[in-house]
Design a protein around this ligand. Structure first.
Ligand SMILES: [Fe+2]
Ligand SMILES: [Fe+2]
Length: 192
């Protein structure tokens, strides 16, 4: 069993909580994407898949840091409750908002107070991506509530996900490099 230095105990606990959150978000979004496709909301499905891929990258990044700090990577995956796509979008949005407003700022403050650069980097990458996810889910909710199924939510579309930090973008050529981690744009994954 690896051991965790006393000064890293809280940071590792936070990383594990974030790892669990990201792993469950990934599971949720994949199920929500299937439901959105079933509902003919293929653009919303693309968004769920892109955000899901980003959460998977965040989970892997958090897991790597947990191991580097001597922790044991484990988490519980909960059963996904799939409702209507509108409700699923709202569930996704509230999860993202919690991460953006509460969870990551708290975890970042703790890691910053400890000067833990590994944790700061992985939390920052996740926080920045979740902001975009929250914005896009919010947009999709407004469109769906307005009955605008002929907008982007209705047809499969491309999203671009940074393979290093999970930054998610809806436009091609938005940047030459990832604005969060500087990864070159040509390495971005295209998710439909
Ligand atoms: Fe997210
Ligand atoms: Fe990035």
């Amino acid at each position: 069993m690896p051991s965790i230095a006393a000064e890293n105990e809280i940071t590792v606990r936070n990383l594990l909580a974030a790892f669990e959150g990201e792993s469950n978000a990934f599971a949720k979004y994949i199920a929500f994407a299937a439901k959105a496709d079933e509902d003919g909301l293929h653009g919303a499905a693309s968004l769920f898949r892109a955000a899901g891929r980003a959460e998977q990258i965040h989970a892997a990044n958090h897991a790597r840091v947990i191991k580097q700090l001597g922790g044991d990577v484990r988490c519980e995956i909960h059963k996904v409750e799939v409702k209507t796509t509108l409700e699923n979008l709202k569930t996704a949005l509230s999860g993202e908002q919690h991460e953006v407003d509460v969870m990551y700022p708290e975890f970042l403050a703790e890691a910053t107070a400890r000067g833990n650069t590994l944790a700061i980097r992985t939390f920052t990458g996740a926080l920045e991506a979740e902001k975009t996810h929250a914005r896009l889910y919010g947009e999709a909710i407004v469109l769906l509530q307005g009955g605008k199924v002929d907008s982007w939510i209705g047809s499969a579309r491309e999203f671009y996900v940074c393979p290093v930090c999970g930054y998610t973008s809806e436009t091609e050529e938005e940047h030459e490099r990832c604005p969060v981690c500087n990864c070159p744009w040509e390495k971005f994954e295209i998710i439909r």
